[in-house]
Design a protein around this ligand. Structure first.
Ligand SMILES: [Zn+2]
Length: 372
């Protein structure tokens, strides 16, 4: 029987003792040093194909380095991969850059990993916040050193649950004041996000003005921080929305993201910036899929101008950005909530028409975007 699976990346934190940490550092340094050697040879000889490169470098390096056979194979692979995009510049690797592991040099026990290092195999305890996915470990992992801590970004292949049969859908409307509001009335405020953004914008402007080297470095750090904050917020919101669907045995209806535009005035746009709605939509879609919850995308046209009570469509239904009052039946409601109810309704209609609407999950699944 064929079981559909989804590739995800599981973050596993290693807890090495001091000596093991030293060994891991040395391992990263040695592997990246070897990668630079291989890259140099590849560049000099203009040989970038993995197998040809292997023939050229494997034996000489194997003899002169501390790398295990499989670790060396991984290094050759890393270099060959790095030239795939283009062969215009010689690739160089940072001393503490991530290195790849596979099952021959990394294995998992209940509470520890057995991981190859330049000092031999190390048995290191680990923590993982999503232990239910540990049985699905498959394929490669990256050893990553970040802020004095070691992580394994491990690929897992999680079987998808059969898609549940549902009658009703939760509609989700994305917006600015409320990042997301569901047709059940649950809203996710953009207020905290906005506070952080305003602080960041101020800081950024000040740094851009300074323009010095250290200011630029700060700026880079700041945008990394902002990206992580966005991503984390999107993870939190998507998790709650999927849980809501699970608890109420409903599907999830989202606006078709391609057609989706946040219509805000320019001043507002500057103030709020552009939220990563695409990311939020993708997070909801893959988390729903993992739980067998159907997701449908609906055309966002008219969802904000249609009365969710009598279906009357009119621009004048929208009194203000936040207030909806139907000119035909006088029904009034928060405008975003009204939109999300329309999306929910479209969701169940679409679902009845096409029971298995394909889910538009971004091709970047299996990378950081789908980190658990
Ligand atoms: Zn109405």
């Amino acid at each position: 029987m064929y079981i559909k699976t989804m590739k995800l990346t599981l973050q596993i934190k290693l807890l090495p003792d001091d000596e093991q940490a030293k060994s891991l550092i040395e391992t990263l340094k040695e592997c990246n040093r070897i990668c630079n050697n291989i890259s140099n040879t590849a560049w000099q000889n203009k040989i970038f194909n993995k197998f040809k490169l292997h023939n050229l470098v494997y034996h000489p390096i194997k003899k002169s380095s501390k790398l295990s056979a499989q670790a060396l194979v991984r290094c050759i692979g890393k270099v060959a991969d790095s030239y795939r995009l283009d062969k215009k510049v010689q690739r160089r690797f940072k001393p503490l850059g991530a290195i790849a592991y596979d099952t021959r040099i990394l294995s998992y026990k209940k509470i520890s990993v057995s991981i190859w290092s330049v000092d031999g195999r190390l048995k290191i305890p680990f923590i993982c916040h999503n232990p239910k996915y540990l049985p699905y470990i498959k394929g490669e992992a990256d050893l990553v050193y970040k802020k004095n801590k070691f992580y394994l970004f491990q690929t897992v292949e999680v079987p998808e649950e059969d898609v549940k049969d549902v009658e009703e859908f939760i509609g989700v409307d994305f917006g600015i004041i409320q990042l997301a509001i569901t047709s059940d009335g649950k809203s996710f405020s953009g207020k905290q996000v906005d506070n952080v953004r305003q602080k960041m914008t101020k800081l950024k402007k000040a740094l851009q003005k300074r323009g010095s080297k250290s200011a630029k470095r700060h700026l880079k750090k700041l945008s990394g921080k902002e990206r992580r904050f966005k991503k984390n917020t999107n993870h939190v919101i998507s998790k709650q929305i999927v849980q809501l669907a699970k608890d109420t045995n409903k599907g999830i209806a989202l606006e078709n993201l391609k057609g989706f535009k946040v219509t805000v005035r320019k001043a507002q746009r500057e103030q709020f910036g552009k939220w990563a709605f695409n990311e939020l939509g993708n997070f909801i879609a893959y988390k729903a899929k993992l739980n067998g919850i159907p997701v449908v995308f609906v055309n966002p046209r008219n969802t904000s101008q249609t009365c969710s009570h009598c279906r009357h469509i009119s621009k004048s239904n929208r009194k203000t950005q936040s207030e909806f009052v139907c000119v035909q039946c006088n029904f009034s409601l928060n405008a975003d909530l009204n939109a999300s109810r329309n999306i929910a309704l479209l969701g169940s209609v679409n679902n009845r028409i096409a029971v298995h609407t394909p889910i538009a999950i971004s091709p970047s699944l299996g990378t950081a975007s789908s980190r658990l």
